[in-house]
Ligand binder design. Sequence first.
Ligand code: ITT
Length: 194
Amino acid sequence: MTLIFATNNNNKVKEIRNALNERFEIISLKEAGIDKDIPEPYDTLEANASEKSRVIFEMTGKNCFSEDTGLEVEALNGEPGVKSARYADGEPQYVDIVDKLLAKMEGQDNRRARFRTVISVIIDGKESLFEGICEGRIITERRGNNGFGYDPVFIPDGADRTFAEMELDEKKLYSHRAKALKKLIEWLQQSSPS
Ligand code: ITT
């Protein structure tokens, strides 16, 4: 089965490909010849994921999926959450999203956080949603150079290294994205066995 992955984030494409089996082929937007910045106008991961896959389905008429991910920090009442990609926008005192997060967490004893991914898939015009959650904690300074986004400051429960200190094969044992993808694959296999 072939699916277009409605994302402009190359790291997500790499992770999803790494976690897929050979029955599924992923085509990135770039490979599909689509140069489009898909909007994320809503205030839930679910609504934004739906919007991204809907836009690409309407453009192509092909089976596709998207995902929206947020980092939800307990001590920050769930922030940055759905705003994770744009957390430091318009705030010149922060060089990037990780700097802003670390500043907001300064002096905080409660470091609990979780990544939440929502996948929206459209097969033959019909949409389904799948969720994956990874619980963990935010550390006080960056560690590691792999991955992307908040990976250098997030340690998943059950590990003692940040996502940025892990290779893809190890990150996928814990990750929100891999968990949501696993649910999607199981569902696709049940819907079209053989
Ligand atoms: P698309 O919408 O094109 O898929 P995006 O980068 O805008 O790509 P999201 O809105 O889903 O994607 O992502 C929100 C941000 O959360 C993302 O830019 C990263 O900074 C961060 N993020 C998402 N998944 C992550 C992960 O597995 N590890 C670390 N940070 C992550």
